[in-house]
Design a protein around this ligand. Structure first.
Ligand SMILES: [Mg+2]
Length: 246
């Protein structure tokens, strides 16, 4: 199947980025060794496990309850939070073949955006985990903007367009705003393709609004969806997506 598109949106968690390394509770051991408080390590690992049991997976802690890692596990200690953020950046993985795929899409003149369900930002805009990851990995060559329920964040100057504020992927209204904005630039939803791992946020609500959708299963397979195509490696995108000529 070939999808002809002018715009391509990528989900962040478990798509562009994989938090595999962070599943390891020993991360907290490293942090408290550096802080010179190794006696706290067993308690921190225990608290982290409590959070994981409460929310089911690291992915869901990360996507919606990150502030609880800071408050509950790290006691809002600024030094521990800073170390956690630095370690986290080191341990995050990028999807295999992602950069080559982005390069290919950009060469085709397809617009690229990150569309993330990030509901809370901690600290000033531009220092959120998604922006930091994209900047640290040099992905701002491809992505200039990050669409989130916090607003549309510019990765160039950290400014925020509040248009998307309060709209989420799950309710689908974020895709309504996106579709409207794309139309203003002459791009129909059917000429836009959304790529992500989660049927309930990345695929089904976008599909219902006429977007093309691709489910990525390279990190995790979350089951059935309305996706037009499924891929397990980003190199497949170079075979599937072509620039839509008018
Ligand atoms: Mg995701």
């Amino acid at each position: 199947m070939i999808i002809e598109a002018k715009w391509c949106g990528f989900d962040y968690g478990q798509c562009i980025m994989e938090p595999g390394g962070l599943r390891n509770p020993l991360l907290y051991g490293d942090i408290y060794k550096i802080l010179g408080k190794p006696e706290l390590i067993p308690d921190k690992i225990k608290k982290y496990r409590v959070l994981k049991e409460k929310y089911g997976s690291y992915g869901s802690i990360k996507e919606g309850h990150r502030d609880e890692i800071y408050s509950y596990v790290l006691d809002d200690d600024p030094a521990a939070i800073e170390l956690f953020a630095a370690k986290e950046q080191e341990l995050l993985d990028m999807g295999e073949g992602m950069e080559d795929a982005l390069k290919f899409l950009q060469e085709q003149c397809i617009e690229l955006q990150v569309v993330s369900e990030m509901k809370k930002t901690l600290g000033p805009v531009g220092t959120d985990i998604v922006s930091r990851f994209l900047k640290n990995r040099g992905l701002t060559k491809y992505f200039k903007e990050l669409v989130t329920p916090q607003g549309k964040i510019s990765l160039i100057d950290d400014s925020v367009d509040p248009k998307y504020k309060g709209h989420t992927k799950k309710t689908g209204t974020l895709y309504d705003v996106l579709a409207e904005e794309l139309l203003e630039r002459g791009i129909k939803p059917s000429e836009a393709v959304m790529i992500g791992d989660k049927p309930a946020t990345d695929i089904n609500p976008a599909h219902e609004r006429g977007f093309k959708t691709i489910k990525y299963t390279g990190f995790i397979d979350l089951g059935e969806s309305k996706a037009d195509v499924e891929i397990s490696h980003f190199s497949e995108l170079t075979q599937i997506i072509k620039f839509k000529k008018d």
